[in-house]
Design a protein around this ligand. Structure first.
Ligand SMILES: NC(=O)c1ccc[n+]([C@@H]2O[C@H](COP(=O)([O-])OP(=O)(O)OC[C@H]3O[C@@H](n4cnc5c(N)ncnc54)[C@H](O)[C@@H]3O)[C@@H](O)[C@H]2O)c1
Length: 245
């Protein structure tokens, strides 16, 4: 198994990409802390031998600190931190409201910052050559009209990943990001169920179709595992070719 003896936290694990990653990690031998903003998510079936659920709002530093502390208390270490929790928001530069901007940056960028910093501090202190994986997006590299706060937050995740990888390389801690294209999840189903938007997406995706959650989970599995021991500071685009154009 590819994650034998590894301990992982996955934020935003109650649905979509986070849930797929957490389930794949358990199947590959990891002990996993599923985390999300809900008290008790309805859809999760967790094997208590291999996983626990911890509520955490990633936009709050103290909650992320408690999440990491609970992972250490339960499993004794932290090898893998997946900063996946995120919100999708709309609004153009002409009309996006401050509250939407602040929420988007707070969850997507500050949440990734808290998770990366607090995980890295624990890994350094314990001498763990850990792996931090952040969720950016194709919209961290290219724009999409009407999504200015989301694009800014995901562009921030790209540069946070580059800079943190350099800060942490001497400790053997790796930091990478995944930049998914359009994947069918709760975040995107409203947009993708709209015929004209769906056509826009498939028309701009060289492979010609929308991705599935496991396409991202397998990328996370690689970056989290020792197979990627020489990979740090990388933004892995899993986007059907969207950003190759
Ligand atoms: N689905 C896509 O097409 C796509 C593309 C590019 C990037 N992404 C990114 O992938 C990540 C996962 O998205 P998804 O598509 O699975 O969406 P999703 O909505 O299915 O899952 C996101 C999860 O994050 C949780 N969450 C939201 N705010 C939170 C907070 N403050 N604290 C803790 N948890 C919180 C939600 O409750 C939800 O369970 C996000 O960062 C998203 O921006 C998704």
């Amino acid at each position: 198994m590819r994650l034998e003896n590894k301990i992982a936290i996955v934020t935003g694990a109650a649905s979509g990409l986070g849930k797929a990653m957490a389930e794949l990690f358990v199947a590959e031998g990891a002990k996993v802390v599923y985390s999300d903003i809900y008290d008790a998510p309805v859809d999760l079936t967790i094997d208590a031998e291999k996983a626990i659920y911890v509520k955490c709002d990633v936009a709050k530093r103290e909650e992320v600190a408690t999440l990491i502390q609970k992972a250490i208390e339960k499993f004794g270490a932290l090898d893998i931190m997946i900063n996946n929790a995120g919100v999708g928001t709309t609004g153009s530069i002409l009309d996006v409201k401050d509250d939407v901007w602040e929420k988007t940056i707070g969850v997507n960028l500050s949440g990734t910052f808290y998770g990366s910093q607090l995980a890295a501090q624990v890994m350094k202190e314990k001498g763990i050559k850990g792996s931090i994986v952040n969720l950016s997006s194709i919209l961290g590299t290219v724009g999409l009209p009407g999504t200015v706060a989301y694009c800014a937050s995901k562009g921030g995740v790209v540069q946070l990943t580059h800079a943190a990888a350099l800060d942490l390389a001497s400790y053997g801690i790796r930091v990478n990001a995944i930049a998914p294209g359009f994947i069918l999840t709760n975040m995107t189903k409203g947009m993708l169920n709209n015929d004209s938007f769906n056509k826009l997406v498939t028309g701009n995706t060289p492979l010609g179709y929308v991705g599935e959650a496991n396409d991202i989970a397998y990328a996370a599995l690689y970056l989290a595992s020792d197979e990627a021991k020489y990979v740090t500071g990388t933004i892995l685009h899993v986007d059907g070719g969207w950003t190759a154009r």
